[in-house]
Design a protein around this ligand. Structure first.
Ligand SMILES: Cc1cc2nc3c(=O)[nH]c(=O)nc-3n(C[C@H](O)[C@H](O)[C@H](O)COP(=O)(O)OP(=O)(O)OC[C@H]3O[C@@H](n4cnc5c(N)ncnc54)[C@H](O)[C@@H]3O)c2cc1C
Length: 471
């Protein structure tokens, strides 16, 4: 018997996968007894915000992830496809029908028992009775405190301060320069160290480039004043209740810092000291630093630029940064309540907790971002919990697949600077001969991934059949 806590996107998918393998599941869900700040119903897999599962074509990574999940027998994908509403190239659903249909599928499955109760401590687990925690970004306080005891201080976050990310090819390289503060590169040269002043903690990986780890966008005084004016007059997003909590000083939204004074940013995330612009031979009046954000170097995040501005306002104001005039945003910034572990310190690529392998984490709390990614991690955690209890191999698909890449990122990214991630082609194993166009690259990734996944599915089926065949 397997216990799952949390019937959100991840927990519901995990329960379905396990029950489909003929194993009994008890699924705990605290709603409606206990509410969260954002859920509105008692249904399983409620979509708390948008009704979109994002792109559904194979030239984008989330489209690929969805196709992989379909091939793995995903309940979430099957129901989403059945509740589709018109949304162009995206998969959007009728949210009420979607959650009700997932709930119906789970409640009518003979192997699944749903218990409506809050779980306040991590249930005991063993190889024969694994546990999956999938309580999401708004995990209740008592359970979050117990998880903190298990994983240790510093490895569990309660807030997410997300900086915007831009597409590398949309940065105007003629205006930015590559350098690390005080010429201290995080890569290459062994004698160099990370300066105390260095913002953030570098990249996950990437080509050695001793010219520095950051792309720097230099401002003149006039450019800075124009930017400051626009920032302090821009409109913030509507906040949820939980966002009214006090912010930590270490992750203040950009606009909150700006309102403290005209020079606050120049002594904070826009500090220019130690960064000499080779074009002028001088330090700029202010700087915005861009840090490589994915394995392939396709994405750059704006260091220290967590913000709650409305997305339209972000694209308007941030395009005033020299070099970002034509920037294409891969993700906008936000600050919100989010309980998640530092995946690389806590998890294996099988979604097992390293210090307690009979315990699995899945969904947003495991360090992924997004509905589809949460459900995908639940799918793999479910398959692996079932494998563990049946004495079969606990494995993950290869990193050439989207679902395998997600598992790899969560367990192998740089733990010193861990951010939950959406699926992107940038976290997948690089292509040997990447086509030139972005769309063609995406399609090439997808073609390779689906072949690899089909092989993985066949091998896994063979391993399961052999393990059950009479000797
Ligand atoms: C405000 C907000 C908006 C978001 N908007 C989007 C969006 O538009 N698009 C997108 O792709 N992603 C969005 N996300 C991110 C993420 O994809 C969703 O939060 C997603 O629902 C995560 O899935 P999950 O299964 O990990 O958690 P959830 O879907 O939240 O499921 C966790 C479940 O666990 C239950 N639970 C919690 N604690 C306990 C306990 N102690 N005992 C028993 N049950 C418990 C909860 O009631 C809940 O049902 C948003 C997140 C937040 C916080």
């Amino acid at each position: 018997m397997i216990t799952i806590v949390g019937a959100g996107l991840a927990g519901s998918e995990a329960a379905w996968q396990i029950a489909s393998l003929g194993i009994d599941v008890t699924l705990y869900e605290m709603r409606p007894q206990r509410a969260t700040a954002v859920h509105k119903t008692a249904d399983c897999a409620e979509l708390v915000c948008s009704n979109s599962f994002r792109g559904d074509k194979l030239d984008n990574a989330v489209g690929l992830l969805k196709e992989e999940m379909r091939r793995l027998g995903s309940l979430i994908m099957r129901v989403a496809d059945g509740c589709r509403v018109p949304a162009g190239a995206a998969l959007a659903v009728d949210r009420e029908r979607f959650s009700r249909s997932v709930t119906d599928a789970l409640t009518s499955h003979p192997r699944i028992t749903i218990v409506r109760d809050e779980v306040t401590t991590i249930p005991a687990s063993s190889r024969l009775a694994p546990v999956i925690l999938a309580t999401g970004p708004l995990t209740s306080d008592a359970l979050a405190a117990d998880l903190l005891r298990l994983v240790g201080g510093g490895h569990l976050a309660f807030y997410d301060a997300i900086s915007p990310i831009v597409l590398a090819e949309s940065i105007d390289r003629s205006k930015v320069f590559r350098a690390s503060r005080w010429d201290r590169s995080l890569r290459g040269a062994g004698s160099r160290t990370v300066g105390r002043d260095a913002p953030g903690n570098g990249t996950i990986c990437g080509a050695d480039d001793s010219a520095g780890d950051y792309l720097n966008c230099p401002f003149t005084r006039e450019e800075y004043e124009r930017f400051y004016e626009a920032l302090t007059h821009a409109e913030s997003a509507t906040v949820h209740d939980f966002d009214r909590e006090k912010f930590f000083e270490g992750c203040l939204p950009l606009e909150v810092m700006a309102h403290r004074g005209v020079d606050t940013l120049r002594f904070g995330p826009m500090k220019p000291v130690g960064l000499v612009n080779p074009a002028t031979g001088c330090e700029a009046y202010a700087i915005v630093q861009l840090r490589q954000d994915d394995l392939a170097g396709d994405h750059y995040s704006l260091v220290g630029f967590q913000t709650q501005l409305k997305w339209g306002e972000q694209s308007r104001v941030l395009r005033m940064i020299p070099g970002l005039e034509q920037a294409e945003f891969v993700r906008f910034g936000m600050v919100h309540r989010n309980t998640y572990v530092n995946g690389p310190r806590v998890l294996d690529d099988t979604w097992q907790v390293r210090v307690r392998p009979s315990l699995f984490l899945a969904g947003q709390m495991s360090g992924v971002e997004g509905y589809v990614e949460s459900a995908a991690s639940g799918l793999l955690a479910g398959l692996n919990a079932a494998a563990l209890t049946s004495d079969r191999p606990v494995i993950s698909p290869p990193r050439t697949t989207a679902i395998g890449a997600l598992a790899y990122y969560v367990s192998h990214a740089n733990p010193a600077h861990y951010d939950p991630t959406n699926i992107t082609f940038g976290i997948m194993a690089p292509l040997e001969k990447p086509p030139r166009g972005k769309q063609q690259r995406g399609v090439a990734h997808s073609e390779r991934a689906l072949v690899a996944l089909d092989e993985w599915i066949s091998e896994r089926r063979r391993a399961w059949t052999e393990a059950t065949a009479p000797s």
